[in-house]
Design a protein around this ligand. Structure first.
Ligand SMILES: CC(C)(COP(=O)(O)OP(=O)(O)OC[C@H]1O[C@@H](n2cnc3c(N)ncnc32)[C@H](O)[C@@H]1OP(=O)(O)O)[C@@H](O)C(=O)NCCC(=O)NCCS
Length: 171
């Protein structure tokens, strides 16, 4: 399957390893071979992160796969973070919007989110925007640490209907 990422120049380069506290990862463009494992890990991360959102608890793995293939891949550049060939996170970017960002739970707080965010800034150098849930304290701390500012408070579209917050970073 072709994604927008296939056209990005970064994909043609050799990914440079990123190291923090001996935790070495690399960021590369999504490839179709990633799909099953990546979507399973992303779905599970969303389930444990959004315990307070009924819609996320209802989503099956098949729903997640259909959403990823039908909505994310056609509209976003998708990048994965890898450690020793294990997938540890992903970011989906539809410049200037981050549509998805997830670091799988056992790999959080090791700089992976920061590395994925750096890729978003490379894809969208002037500004980066996103929505997250108001109750997602960890993500809010992460974005605010990285210089994002609150643009507006609102509610996510049905059927989620969860209070959300729009963030923006400008260069
Ligand atoms: C939010 C998320 C992407 C952060 O990724 P991460 O790899 O854990 O973050 P990093 O290690 O790069 O953290 C960078 C800085 O952000 C802040 N931060 C990150 N996680 C935090 C947390 N749980 N609590 C408070 N601050 C946090 C810290 O300042 C951290 O620096 P430090 O570790 O030196 O103190 C990750 O926790 C995640 O995927 N969560 C589940 C899914 C999710 O909420 N996605 C965002 C949807 S919009």
């Amino acid at each position: 399957m072709t994604t927008i990422a296939d056209d990005l120049p970064q994909q043609r380069g050799i990914p440079a390893p990123i190291v923090r506290d001996d935790f070495e990862i690399s960021i590369r463009a999504y490839a179709d071979r990633d799909c099953d494992d990546l979507v399973a890990r992303w779905h599970e991360t969303n389930r444990v992160t959004y315990r307070y959102v009924a819609e996320h608890q209802r989503h099956t793995l098949a729903d997640a796969r259909a959403f990823f293939r039908g909505k994310i891949l056609p509209s976003c550049a998708v990048w994965v973070a890898e450690r020793s060939e294990d997938l540890v996170g992903l970011i989906a970017i539809d410049p200037p919007w981050i549509r998805q960002l997830a670091v799988f739970p056992e790999h959080q707080r090791r700089g992976v989110g920061t590395a994925l965010l750096r890729r978003a800034r490379e894809c969208s150098p002037a500004e980066v925007r996103l929505y997250t849930f108001q109750r997602n304290d960890k993500a809010r701390a992460f974005y605010e640490k990285h210089g994002f500012h609150v643009v507006a408070l609102g509610v996510s579209p049905a059927p989620e209907l969860e209070p959300d917050v729009e963030y923006r970073w400008v260069a």
